[in-house]
Design a protein around this ligand. Structure first.
Ligand SMILES: CC(C)(COP(=O)(O)OP(=O)(O)OC[C@H]1O[C@@H](n2cnc3c(N)ncnc32)[C@H](O)[C@@H]1OP(=O)(O)O)[C@@H](O)C(=O)NCCC(=O)NCCS
Length: 329
């Protein structure tokens, strides 16, 4: 249920972040996550980058759908005290990344941001809002759950430290994996529609390197994303993988695939981008063939996450691995 709270009763103002807010936003995002994870036994910074480098979230989300975020500002001091992005796509809206300033937690800021996004979802006739939230974070779990989100899928958050040894071993189907091309966008959308009941062509398009662009020189998509597809013998697409490599986040996903074997081939191929460093991936717990393979690759569990959905949801008919950037459920 969306809370009815009149704007004048809130001690904060809601408005979208603009470019001028980005330095303050990235400091807040960095501090909010790092403080929460330190307080709850993580034992190190969640964001191991420089504070300003977390602006990559604003930059990519603002490239994709400008202005689709909501932020809260203290009415007296003007200080930024919370912000969240939302991602309207063909059939759904997704929510994330959410953060509230550590000095302002527990005062209804997070709830006001969620309510704003659910109101947008309703007013624009979307049937669902989706997010992927930590299962060990009782603050965010409770915030979303009390707002009407229902947990639907459970995920392992696993980290692989990618070494030569990983790249020397191969899996079946790897030779079907190639870089995605702009001409794959419609096929990627059809596949995701079939497997997950949603589409997000804008995201695939953004992650694909344009013809003539070299991976090192490209400015767009900000030199951090990469997309690949698994092409079957009939030249159709059985899976795709997007990954992000940036000081704020090394992550595989989103990945959508008809089978676990296809997802494993996509993961193995994409690991090459992360040679000599670590990469996070979020794997569905029920996909045991994948999970066993990830353990063989010495993946370490670091957290668990839940796909939470407000509104309609169909069970996945294949593999769906979410990401935190771009995060669109
Ligand atoms: C998670 C976070 C955004 C919550 O924001 P917040 O402003 O403190 O949340 P709010 O005060 O608006 O609301 C929390 C709601 O959860 C409820 N709640 C909190 N802990 C609860 C618990 N253990 N059991 C039941 N309800 C609980 C509160 O009562 C409130 O419910 P209400 O709106 O129905 O009154 C904030 O803690 C944060 O930024 N954490 C660090 C970053 C982060 O975790 N981001 C999300 C990653 S998935």
């Amino acid at each position: 249920m969306i809370k009815k709270q009149s704007a004048h009763k809130q001690p904060f103002l809601l408005r979208p972040l603009g470019k001028a807010d980005v330095p303050e936003y990235s400091e807040m995002l960095y501090a909010s996550f790092n403080a929460w994870y330190w307080r709850h036994g993580w034992g190190k910074d969640y964001f191991g980058c420089k504070p300003r480098e977390t602006s990559i979230f604003y930059n990519i989300y603002n490239d994709l759908t400008p202005g689709r975020n909501v932020a809260a500002f203290d009415k007296v001091t003007g200080r930024l005290i919370g912000a969240c992005f939302y991602h309207p796509r063909e059939y759904h809206v997704s929510l994330g990344i959410m953060s509230v300033h550590t000095d302002y937690c527990g005062r209804g800021v997070g709830r006001a941001l969620v309510d704003y996004i659910l109101r947008f979802t309703l007013e624009n006739n979307y049937k669902a809002c989706r997010l992927v939230g930590s299962a060990m974070n009782m603050n965010s779990f409770s915030l979303y759950n009390r707002s009407g989100f229902v947990p639907r899928v459970t995920y392992h958050d696993m980290v692989i430290n990618v070494s030569d040894h990983h790249l020397k071993t191969h899996v079946q189907g790897e030779d079907h994996v190639r870089d995605a091309a702009i001409t794959d966008v419609a096929g990627m959308g059809d596949l995701e529609m079939e497997v997950s009941g949603i589409k997000r062509e804008i995201d695939y398009r953004y992650a694909i390197v344009r013809p003539g662009e070299s991976a090192n020189e490209r400015k767009y998509p900000r030199n951090v994303l990469h997309a690949s597809v698994y092409e079957n013998d009939q030249r159709g697409i059985d899976g795709f993988m997007i990954s992000v490599r940036h000081p704020a986040l090394n992550m595989l996903g989103p990945c959508v695939a008809r089978s676990e074997e296809t997802a494993i081939a996509l993961i193995r191929k994409e690991l090459e981008r992360f040679k000599g460093t670590w990469v996070l991936l979020v794997a569905p717990m029920e996909k045991r063939i994948m999970v066993e393979q990830l353990y063989k690759w010495e993946a370490v569990n670091v957290e668990t996450h839940l796909k939470q959905v407000w509104g309609e949801f169909q069970c996945f008919k294949g593999v769906n691995m979410p990401s935190f950037l771009p995060e669109t459920g």
